[in-house]
Design a protein around this ligand. Structure first.
Ligand code: NAD
Length: 254
């Protein structure tokens, strides 16, 4: 697997950082990107040969510039993981137009823009690359409290993943997404506090609810997700495209 180059967005924290580490451990040269450059630099500093790059995925020009820079510095891009995402818990009736717009800008448009930028370059260079998007368990079911805008933005990621996979297949580019469940990350810490407040309870009780809702009976780790992303990036997944793989301990089965 050596000499393969992987770019991960939103890799300064949580799941993205675990994906960067997992791909590094499998021999990839990793570009750790995040809107927060400091956090990306911290993750990259642990991984020999990795570099940190600032990228706000809502900026299509910046996405193309990063693609060009990585190709100039490393000669190509074999794997692109669009992982950056945001959430904010509130009642459906309270979601402001600004919050709705921001959820789609980061969670959906960001994947669209990055996917376009990297696919254009892969096609130009004849690279049979792999694109992996981080969706969510909330991309397959709307039975999720206080996350209506997030659910809508993540359902869109599933459709987009299929459309990308279909159009890019003739170029030998595979596109898939992962659908994590209750993953212990800084995003989850924020959600535990929000949900506790909205339900009038405490974060520990909410955590118990989530674990009880998971047949494998524990919170998911970022590494649980990262291993599946690495599988989708590698040759064992050579004939998989347009898939949305649930990684959730059985919390939602489809
Ligand atoms: N934690 C969970 O339970 C869970 C479950 C399902 C899906 N997800 C998805 O996994 C992904 C990672 O989530 P996480 O839990 O690691 O969250 P996190 O908040 O720990 O990390 C997200 C990272 O994305 C970065 N980011 C935010 N906006 C960005 C932007 N505009 N451009 C570039 N980077 C940006 C943040 O700086 C942060 O480093 C997200 O897409 C999230 O929706 C998380």
């Amino acid at each position: 697997m050596s000499n393969q180059v992987a770019v991960v967005t939103g890799a300064g924290s949580g799941i993205g950082a675990a994906i960067a580490r997992e791909l590094f451990s499998r021999g990839y040269t990793v570009v750790v990107s995040d809107i927060d450059l400091k956090s990306a630099q911290k993750v990259a500093s642990e991984l020999k040969g990795a570099v940190a790059e600032q990228l706000d995925v809502t900026n299509p020009t910046a996405s193309s510039e990063l693609v060009n820079k990585v190709v100039k510095d490393f000669g190509g891009i074999d794997v692109w993981v669009s992982n950056a995402g945001i959430s904010k818990m509130q009642k459906f009736v309270d979601v402001s137009p600004e919050d709705l717009k921001r959820s789609f800008e980061v969670n959906t448009y960001g994947i669209f823009y990055c996917g376009q930028a990297v696919a254009r370059k892969m096609i130009e260079l004849g690279i049979k690359g792999k694109i992996i998007n981080t969706a969510s368990m909330a991309a397959k079911q709307g039975r999720v409290p206080f996350l209506a805008d997030y659910v809508a933005s993540k359902f869109a990621v599933l459709g987009l993943t299929q459309a990308m996979a279909f159009e890019l297949a003739p170029h030998g580019i595979r596109v898939n997404c992962v659908c994590p469940g209750f993953v212990a990350t800084p995003m989850q810490d924020r959600e535990l506090a929000w949900e506790a407040q909205l339900r009038g309870t405490d974060p520990e009780s909410v955590k118990k609810l989530w674990i009880n809702d998971t047949p494998l009976a524990r919170l998911e780790t970022p590494e649980d997700v990262a291993k599946v992303v690495a599988f989708l990036a590698g040759p064992d997944a050579d004939f998989i495209t347009g898939e949305a793989i649930s990684v959730n301990g059985g919390a939602y089965m489809d």
